[in-house]
Each structure stands twice: as structure tokens, then as C-alpha cells.
Design a protein around this ligand. Structure first.
Ligand code: G6P
Length: 367
């Protein structure tokens, strides 16, 4: 069946708006809402014996893996290594016995990631794969297949596959933590409840589409854009910059908020918009002081935060985008929406080929 755009102008736009539905679908195959428990597919190895995780992926899937590293370490206290697939094999990685190698890929066919998977198989690692295409090579070759249920993704720049990957990875992190005895029943129940709030929060984020479209005019003329984030939202800054580069061809960089002073701050002037991803919470104050460093140099900040964060720090910003107030666990899913929509609207203003950006391919099957 040919895929239809329906009322949407582009597949990417349609796929952004599908996220509440497909994330809900994905979560429902990993969570038992009534029992408030995480439920993974049948696993025929002892997950509690795993004491190291190696994550390998490319592009947007790699950023999902970076978020997962924060979650696995925080909840399960399992150390995580993460590599770009193209770097992984050639650095001769040390792969300890009892390690789990986790591959993340929308297509399940990316050549670098697939080669890394086979390398890990030869090295005796247990192989898990978070994959969107169930008939793909990675899906077939994994010991533990963790499917995302995003449905076919047509837009070259990944959107709904990313948030579905995050949904699976959060469930996996919680499952790991339970098996490692790091989460009580009550804590597990809470995590399940927070994850189940994600679809409604994604909808609330999508409600700001018009505000984001209006503010895209402020970004479209820029030559360079900086994205800042902290903690599990730092990978979202990287993803935001990647999305903007991919489809609008504007140079963008993602940075950890606190690292800006070690380099990128030299770029700041009134010509370089700085997009700050900062849900309110314990790290908010620190990010605000990084924002002030930008503003003191004439830099123009777009603050993406919740009502509390915007009330506290929105005043001196060029623009603000309000997100719902969410539990920190699901913030990376929810904050994906404004960075996707911003890139989308900027690209539309620039008249680029949103679904088929120049020089890029949906699935890169050469090394
Ligand atoms: C290509 C796509 C990206 C994607 C990356 C990894 O570069 O343009 O959107 O993130 O491949 O693809 P995968 O299918 O392995 O997730």
C-alpha cells in the first residue's frame, strides 16, 4: 500500500504528529498498566547477570542511545559505553564477559551498525536490538529483539522512530533495574505511571505547533544555531542540531550547557540564536546561569521549558516555547517534539525538500 500524507504537507510533519499514537502503541507492548509493571519479551538469558552494556548506533538512533546511558546508569547502576557504529569496531573495544551489546536502529540495516552487531556476536556478547523494521537483518540476528512500533517512517530525518526508541529504552532500563534489585515494586509502579503519561504530554507539546511555526521566522535567517541541554536532555540538544542541519541546511551544534564556556561561547553574538532545552528541576538554575552567559554577550536565547521555568527565566529571552510540566524521565521524549517542529518549520520557510533532504539517505547500507 502506498503511504499517504493525508492532511499533512510532508511525511515528516505527519510522522511528528503520529508520535502520541505510536509511542502509546510501543509502550503498551512493554508495560502492564493495570499491574503497573514493566513486561519485556521473553528473555532466555539472565539479565540480572549483565554487568556492562555497550550501546552502538548511528545518527538519531545514537542520540536515543545517549539518553539510555543516563537511564541505565541512574536506575540500574549498570555502566554503559556508547559508540558511533563507525568508530566502534576500529577502536578494538574491550568487551567484557557477561556484557550486553545493544544496537539501536530504525531500519535495522545501517551497514556500520550491522557490522558492529556481527563483531559483538563474534566476541561472545549477548545481542539486543531496538529496531523499527521487524523483517530487517538486525531484527533477525539479535538474541533479544525489542521492536519499536512506530510504523513505516518515510521522512529521511528520523522523528517518530526516535521517540519510540526512547520509550523502549526507558522500559528496558526499568526492567534492568528491577532485575538488579535496584527498584522496589512501588518505584517500578511509579516509573510505569510516568511512562504512560508520555502520550498525553506529547500531545500537549504538539499543541504548540503554531507558536513554533511563528518563531521559526527568527531562526530561518541564521547561519549558525547553538542548542544547549543538560543531563538526559543534552542528547536532545544534539538531536535538535542534527534535525536542523539535515533538513534546513543551517549549521547547528548541540552542546552540554555547562560545556559552552569551554569553546562555543566564542561564537556568541546577536547573529547566533541559542536554543536552550531546560525543563524546570534541580539542574535548572545551572542552565539559567549558562543562559545568562549567552545574554551578557548579546546572544539571543530561545528558551524551551515548562511554565515554571519560563516564569523564572523567560523574561530576557528572544522567544520561549512552553512545554507541559513533565516528570524528568519523560522529558527527553516530550522535548523531542519542539526541536523536530522547529527544524521542520525552518526548513519549510527555506523551501528545502523536507522529506528527501539533499545528500542524505533513509538507510545507509554502505560503510
Ligand atoms: C540515516 C538517516 C538518519 C538515521 C541514521 C541511522 O543517516 O538519515 O535519520 O538516524 O541513518 O539510521 P538507523 O536506521 O540505523 O536508525
Amino acid at each position: 500500500v502506498a503511504m499517504e500524507k493525508g492532511n499533512y504537507r510532508h511525511f515528516m510533519q505527519k510522522e511528528i504528529f503520529e508520535q502520541p499514537t505510536v509511542v502509546a502503541q510501543t509502550l503498551h507492548s512493554y508495560l502492564r498498566p493495570v499491574e503497573q509493571q514493566v513486561a519485556l519479551p521473553q528473555i532466555d538469558f539472565d539479565i540480572s547477570a549483565i554487568d556492562r552494556v555497550t550501546i552502538v548506533a548511528c545518527g538519531t538512533s545514537y542520540y536515543a542511545g545517549m539518553v539510555a546511558k543516563y537511564w541505565f546508569e541512574r536506575f540500574a547502576r549498570v555502566p554503559v559505553d556508547i559508540d558511533f557504529a563507525s568508530e566502534f569496531r576500529y577502536r578494538e573495544p574491550v568487551l567484557p564477559e557477561g556484557g550486553l551489546a545493544l544496537f539501536i536502529s530504525q531500519s535495522g540495516e545501517t551497514a556500520d551498525t550491522l557490522a558492529a552487531l556481527r563483531h559483538c556476536r563474534e566476541q561472545g556478547q549477548v545481542i539486543a536490538a531496538v529496531v523499527n523494521v521487524p523483517t530487517s537483518s538486525m531484527a533477525r540476528e539479535a538474541d533479544l529483539l525489542l521492536p519499536t512500533h512506530a510504523g513505516p517512517e518515510i521522512g529521511v530525518a528520523s522523528t517518530k522512530a526516535f521517540t519510540c526508541q526512547l520509550a523502549v529504552l526507558a522500559a528496558l532500563a526499568a526492567h534492568f533495574a528491577v532485575k538488579k534489585g535496584r527498584l522496589s515494586r512501588a518505584e517500578e509502579a511509579k516509573i510505569v505511571d510516568h511512562l504512560l503519561e508520555a502520550p498525553a504530554c506529547l500531545n500537549a507539546a504538539l499543541d504548540h505547533d503554531d507558536d513554533i511555526a511563528a518563531m521559526a521566522h527568527l531562526i530561518a535567517p541564521a547561519r549558525d544555531v547553538l542548542y544547549l541541554g543538560r543531563g538526559a536532555d543534552f542528547p536532545l540538544a544534539l538531536e535538535g542540531a542534527l534535525k536542523l542541519k539535515e533538513i534546513s541546511y543551517i549549521h547547528a551544534e548541540g552542546y552540554a550547557s555547562g560545556e559552552m564556556k569551554h569553546g562555543p561561547i566564542a561564537l556568541i553574538d546577536e547573529e547566533v540564536p541559542v536554543i536552550v532545552l531546560a525543563p524546570s528541576g534541580p539542574l535548572f538554575e545551572k542552565t539559567v546561569s549558562n543562559m545568562q552567559e549567552v545574554q551578557a554577550r548579546g546572544g539571543k536565547v530561545v528558551l524551551i521549558s515548562d511554565a515554571e521555568g519560563i516564569a523564572q527565566a523567560g523574561e530576557d529571552c528572544m522567544a520561549t516555547i512552553q512545554m507541559p510540566t513533565v516528570h524528568p524521565l519523560i522529558a527527553p521524549l516530550v522535548y523531542a517534539v519542539p526541536v523536530q517542529l522547529l527544524a521542520y518549520h525552518v526548513a519549510v520557510l527555506k523551501g528545502t525538500d523536507v522529506d528527501q533532504p539533499r545528500n542524505l539517505a533513509k538507510s545507509v547500507t554502505v560503510e
